[in-house]
Write a protein that binds this ligand. Structure first.
Ligand SMILES: Cc1cc2nc3c(=O)[nH]c(=O)nc-3n(C[C@H](O)[C@H](O)[C@H](O)COP(=O)(O)O)c2cc1C
Length: 191
């Protein structure tokens, strides 16, 4: 069966991002169902409605990558009890110009990690509202809050804790099944 094209969006522009490490681990765990690629957001200009016609080159690239994805996985930190500005900026560009949104109808899943006790829970709730009600994606239900420990993910992207690995594998498998309900007919036809 053909693999779904998965676009992974990491809500962090930090070099040593723990959320990017989590995303790499998920890409590996989901490699039987998804062909994953990372969609860069940290090079996008700050959104400005004055610069929409035409959109800047990097925004055009970003929108094309989103549109080429069958499903989108958002892996995000929490900043000040909400989503990081770099991620909201990308979501806004994806939604514009008026009539040319890149988001609607795609399957999405949300996950995130921080060292904090309630690990990204508030940011994920905000993101769920932005993606679902605002941008028109189909956001998978459930909750996935990962408390990060220094050696949780090794340099090869393997999850070292059995319980966390089992949870993440189940999460990405559920997402593959969920995404299968929304992939375009062209993918289903190729399967
Ligand atoms: C501006 C800022 C605000 C933050 N606010 C929160 C927060 O509200 N909740 C939380 O759990 N961690 C918060 N943190 C800590 C992040 O969880 C931590 O920096 C984490 O490493 C970010 O993920 P990343 O490594 O993928 O960038 C904040 C960090 C920054 C820089």
């Amino acid at each position: 069966m053909a693999k779904h094209k998965l676009g992974i969006i990491v809500g962090s522009n930090r070099r040593e991002s723990i959320n990017r490490k989590l995303a790499q681990a998920l890409a590996k765990l989901g490699s039987d169902a998804f062909e994953a690629s990372f969609i860069q957001i940290d090079d996008l200009p700050l959104y400005n409605q004055d610069n929409e016609q035409p959109v800047p080159e990097k925004v055009a690239r970003f929108k094309a990558e989103v549109e080429a994805s069958d499903a989108l996985l958002f892996v995000t930190p929490e900043h000040s009890r909400s989503i990081p500005a770099v991620l909201k900026n990308a979501i806004d560009w994806g939604a514009r110009p008026w009539g040319k949104t890149s988001w609607p109808g795609k399957a999405a899943a949300i996950i995130g990690t921080s060292a904090g006790a309630i690990s990204t829970a508030v940011a994920q709730q905000h993101l769920r509202a932005v993606l679902g009600s605002g941008a028109g994606l189909h956001v998978m239900g459930g909750e996935a809050y990962i408390a990060f420990k220094p050696d949780l993910i090794d340099a090869q992207g393997n999850v070292t804790d059995d319980t966390v690995r089992t949870f993440l594998k189940s999460f990405i498998d559920q997402f593959a099944a969920f995404a299968g309900r929304f992939v375009p007919a062209r993918t289903a036809a190729a399967a």
